[in-house]
Design a protein around this ligand. Structure first.
Ligand SMILES: Cc1cc2nc3c(=O)[nH]c(=O)nc-3n(C[C@H](O)[C@H](O)[C@H](O)COP(=O)(O)OP(=O)(O)OC[C@H]3O[C@@H](n4cnc5c(N)ncnc54)[C@H](O)[C@@H]3O)c2cc1C
Length: 391
């Protein structure tokens, strides 16, 4: 006999945990099934900027505003954009007193959310293999470990390669035409002070010739570096760069940037020995589906997009807050899911368009100039909006 659960969330990433926390603070019974064996199994990656109108709003709904402020890094709000000669096209320092878009390390944020949940909310080592409808609006969920549970409401928060998504749509991620190689410089302030000064405390983007060297300061002093190329999905594989042999990989990557100034290629020379290829994928822009009783998606499972709008994690958290609000407003989960999906589709489409447009701008011969022009336009628009609001 399979266990029955009222609300099942599959995936304990930023989105799934935010949803669990908000529902739990309102007394709802919720269980999160996560494929990983424990919270420490995998490095959680870089830094995220939390937007006041989405990620931060969700944290407020989760009752974690003060706790978030204690771990956030407002000094990380800055952005620098340069071209391959090192010429600055944008240099915005993060105003420390504002909390518009402070940075937070993904692992630290995930820990905050995990620690906020009741014990045993998370069932680790539960990888969903298959979910099947059994009766109207209820699902039988089969896990790789052989266990099986019944769900009253099933929420897929299981990221890019969601196994819940096929219950709602046939859509699958496609490659954006851009690949990253993730690398990093530990303890940069001590080991490479000149690079630390160049990157600053926020995000640094060197863009030219359809390529990029993207860097960001993390809370532990590491500079995370993404070496970015516009290539086909198998472009990195075909390039023959031996990622398992770091010295050779470093030389091969450096040879792709031979006419970039040494101050910038220092970001590759100084990296430690871990080079991780990361294809950048997306779901179709404007993806939607006909609402079905008892099942929905949040975050990347619903609207995977490239990171060039800085919205993915923010949207995953806003989805969580909006779905929770809809579920708390009515006992009828069919209505709640419909209401949530209607607005989620619209905001996801807007962000996915922005992210695709930014990606196209960045990976052009003159990516730095173009992205800086786009930033100027955005700032002017924001300025006009603020002025209108004050009138
Ligand atoms: C290089 C890079 C930089 C980024 N920078 C930013 C940024 O600055 N700002 C921003 O807002 N966003 C950023 N993003 C996007 C952001 O990382 C994602 O949008 C966000 O993590 C989505 O959260 P999620 O909870 O939906 O999915 P995820 O974080 O992917 O979590 C999914 C969870 O589900 C689990 N899971 C998967 N399959 C199963 C299964 N079958 N059974 C059980 N569990 C499963 C996974 O183990 C994982 O824990 C970036 C992305 C990349 C690649």
């Amino acid at each position: 006999m399979s266990e029955s659960h009222n609300i099942v969330i599959v995936g304990g990433g930023i989105g799934g945990l935010t949803l669990a926390r908000i529902l739990q603070t309102h007394g709802l019974d919720v269980t999160v099934f996560e494929q990983e064996a424990s919270r420490d199994l995998r490095g959680q990656g870089g830094s995220l900027d939390m937007h006041v109108e989405s990620g931060q709003l969700a944290l407020k709904e989760a009752g974690l505003k003060a706790e978030f402020r204690a771990i956030a890094r407002p000094e990380g709000q800055g952005l620098r954009i340069v071209d391959k000669t090192g010429k600055f096209h944008w240099n915005e320092s993060g105003a420390e007193e504002t909390f518009q878009r402070p940075e937070v390390d993904r692992g630290v944020l995930r820990d905050l959310l995990l620690d906020s949940l009741k014990p045993d909310t998370i069932r680790w080592k539960h990888k969903l293999n298959l979910a099947e409808p059994i009766e109207k609006g209820r699902y039988l969920i089969h896990f790789e470990n052989g266990e099986c549970v019944r769900a009253g409401v099933l929420v897929g928060a299981d990221g890019a390669w969601s196994r819940v998504r096929p219950l709602l749509t046939d859509a699958t991620p496609v490659h954006t035409g851009v690949n990253f190689v993730e690398a990093g410089i530990p303890d940069a302030e001590q080991t490479h002070p000149a690079l630390a000064t160049m990157v600053g405390h926020g995000n640094f983007m060197a863009l030219s010739d359809n390529k990029g060297l993207l860097a960001q300061r993390n809370g532990d002093g590491r500079i995370r570096v993404y070496v970015a190329f516009r290539t086909t999905e198998d472009g990195l594989q075909k390039s023959g760069i031996p990622f398992e042999r770091p010295e050779e990989a470093r030389r091969a990557l450096l040879s792709c940037f031979s006419d970039w100034v040494p101050e910038l290629t220092g970001l590759i020379r100084a990296c430690d020995d871990s080079f991780l290829p990361r294809p950048i994928n997306m779901l179709p822009i404007g993806l939607n589906w006909e609402s079905k009783p008892g099942v929905t998606l949040i975050g990347d499972a619903a609207h995977l997009m490239s990171p060039f709008a800085g919205e993915g994690a923010n949207l995953a958290m806003l989805d969580a807050a909006e779905l929770a609000k809809a579920m708390l407003a009515t006992d009828n989960s069919v209505d709640a899911i419909k209401a949530y999906e209607t607005t989620m589709f619209l905001r996801a489409e807007r962000a996915a368009k922005e992210s695709a447009e930014n990606l196209e701008l960045c990976f052009t011969p003159d990516g730095a100039e173009r992205l800086a022009r786009q930033m100027t336009t955005l700032h002017q628009r924001e300025g006009h909006r603020n002025a209108e609001e004050q009138d």
